[in-house]
Design a protein around this ligand. Structure first.
Ligand code: 5GP
Length: 183
């Protein structure tokens, strides 16, 4: 899927596919260096983090394990519901393990802070967070993010895993949605 395929629903390309891949390679190199000699479990947050998880893991040299969680977030709107629920839990027991949570975007911080607290209660060796996008005006809840791809303005974005009403996840770039597409 590309810009031409969504026509005037797309307002702008915010971060091109090339910039995404270049930044993810940089993050992968840092994660490789930071976890050298240790076993690392990447925990992807479904569904938004599918693309970043796949590209980050493939850009890394360490032989990581991968697992997934699904938690509720925005539903089909564009504002946080504030309700966080685990819809799918990990298959892995993380006690004594080094865990890196891979998430698409942090906005209010509600989702990630809930998730990190939840994982920390399972007695892991460590929990760190990697997010592709961080909204500048974000953070009702402070979250310690070790690896950030890009800081963005407080606007609703789509693509590269991020949806609006389950659409646009398969765009290879991050874009902004035209208001007429969601009003
Ligand atoms: P938070 O709990 O930090 O407010 O929101 C985190 C979750 O909300 C993300 O994992 C993502 O699913 C969703 N989200 C936040 N901002 C955006 C956005 O701009 N676009 C899309 N598609 N989802 C977002």
């Amino acid at each position: 899927m590309n810009a031409d395929d969504i026509g005037d629903d797309l307002l702008d390309v915010l971060i091109s596919a090339e910039r995404l891949q270049a930044r993810i390679s940089e993050l992968a190199a840092r994660v490789d260096a930071d976890y050298a000699g240790r076993e690392l479990l990447l925990v992807g947050v479904l569904k938004g983090a599918v693309m970043v998880m796949a590209d980050l893991a493939r850009a890394m040299h360490l032989p990581v394990r991968m697992d997934w969680m699904a938690i509720s977030s925005y539903g089909s709107g564009t504002k946080s519901s504030g309700v966080v629920r685990i819809l799918k839990d990990l298959d892995t027991d993380i006690s004594g393990k080094h865990v890196l949570v891979v998430e698409d975007i942090v906005d209010s911080g509600l989702t990630l802070s809930y998730l990190v607290n939840n994982l920390q209660s399972r007695d892991p060796a460590s929990v760190a967070v990697c997010v592709l996008l961080r909204k500048r005006a974000a953070a009702q809840m402070p979250v310690d993010v070790a690896y950030t791809g890009f800081e963005i303005a407080d606007e609703f974005v789509i693509g590269y895993g991020l949806d609006y009403a389950e659409r646009y996840r398969n765009l290879p770039f991050i874009g902004t949605l035209a208001p007429h597409a969601y009003t």
